[in-house]
Design a protein around this ligand. Structure first.
Ligand code: TTP
Ligand code: MG
Length: 360
């Protein structure tokens, strides 16, 4: 069967997430940094928004150099806030999972989705689904992403990288070779810098050249196994499955009809979201011990409150706990007006097989 795989990757994720919660920095050069603490400017750039990249400021650049490049520009340097990005990421992964549960999260900001059956093996349907996911992520989280669609994970990943930010690139099986041919070998996912320079020394700079190089030459240089792998990359061959992991949490988010501080209104929305979540819990045959409520305020502040409950697969008793969480949160935060809210269960116990723990 022909497979159809989506690869979804958020654009300049940490920097864009900062722009979402801080409207005052939107449109500026935004640089998110990992400060090592030795001197005020020691450390490296974690990521930068696309505006910053125009000036050569990108992941890995030392902060000191990034500041030199940003001199005279309207630039903001911020420390990483991993907890916040993780929270946004969780919500987005939930949202993607709503569209199809053959999902493999590959990092904090990327996931593969196998839609082979869901899309009725139609590339048009897959493209529509990708557009829907892009729209949902934009509407609900204010973030853009780039999506690649291809017959396997490797091609999907290369396709999502092809046009960024806010791209959507579909590569049908018959165009894979053509699509890859001009891509520099260093950009082929899974080929490291050492291998890439060894190839370049041999005069092989692009995937097309790599695909047509004499097999014996490659084998002599890299050994049979590696040579095979290199050919596969050059030709876009990849049989690896989308490995559905057991998620560490399941949740649903929604926007309130009106901004509010009324616990009843918030609970109404949470109950509505819980209906959908309950279905997912049933489908996944999962039991949980933690229930959380997520709040996003009108000022786009991001909060959550959790409660531990006796292990259950029933959301009904958990809703009592969420009501208390909502009430106490609102009374602890008298100035906060809620725009969006959500419910999540975690500390999951899967009824079926083993749980694969992935530490993102
Ligand atoms: P990426 O998806 O590689 O980068 P990105 O989302 O910032 O930009 P792009 O539009 O090109 O996808 O990584 C996701 C996040 O991981 C990124 O926002 C910050 C973090 N990260 C680092 O902290 N250090 C790094 O070297 C890289 C590459 C990413
Ligand atoms: Mg990204």
């Amino acid at each position: 069967m022909n497979r159809i795989i989506l690869h979804i990757d958020l654009d300049s994720f940490f920097a864009s997430a900062e722009e979402v919660r801080r409207p005052d920095i939107r449109g500026k050069v935004v640089v998110v940094c990992v400060y090592s603490g030795r001197t005020p400017d020691s450390g490296a750039v974690s990521t930068a928004n696309y505006k910053a990249r125009e000036y050569g400021i990108r992941a890995g650049v030392p902060i000191k150099i990034a500041k030199e490049k940003a001199r005279g520009l309207d630039a903001v340097f911020l420390p990483v806030d991993k907890q916040y990005y993780q929270e946004v990421s969780n919500r987005i992964m939930d949202l993607i999972e709503e569209q199809g549960d053959r999902i493999q999260q590959a990092s904090i900001d990327e996931a593969y989705l196998d839609v082979s059956t869901k899309a009725d093996e139609s590339w048009i349907t897959a493209k529509k689904l990708a557009e829907k996911i892009k729209k949902k992520i934009l509407d609900q989280e204010g973030l853009t992403c780039s999506i690649g669609i291809g017959p396997n994970k490797f091609v999907a990943k290369m396709a999502s990288d092809f046009r960024k930010p806010d791209g959507l690139t579909l590569v049908r099986p018959e165009y894979v070779k053509e699509f890859l041919k001009d891509i520099p070998v260093i950009k082929l996912h899974g080929i490291g810098p050492k291998t890439a320079s060894a190839l370049e020394e041999m005069g092989i700079e692009r995937a097309g050249q790599l695909a047509s190089v004499d097999q014996a030459v490659l084998e002599e240089k890299f050994g049979a196994n590696k040579a095979k792998l290199l050919f596969e990359k050059a030709l876009g061959v990849d049989d690896s499955p989308v490995e559905r992991q057991e998620k560490k949490q399941l949740g649903r988010m929604g926007t309130l009809q009106e901004d509010t501080r009324d616990p009843d209104r918030v609970m109404e929305k949470i109950k509505e979201l819980a209906l959908d979540l309950r279905e997912r819990i049933k489908e996944k045959k999962v039991r949980f011990r933690t229930v959380s409520v997520i709040f996003v305020s009108t000022r786009l502040e991001d909060h959550s409150r959790s409660a531990t409950i006796p292990e259950t697969d029933d959301l009904e008793p958990a809703l009592d706990a969420t009501r208390k969480l909502v009430e106490s949160f609102l009374s602890e935060n008298p100035d906060m007006v809620i725009r969006r809210c959500g419910i999540r269960v975690s500390n999951l116990e899967y009824g079926g097989g083993q749980m694969t723990l992935e530490d993102f």
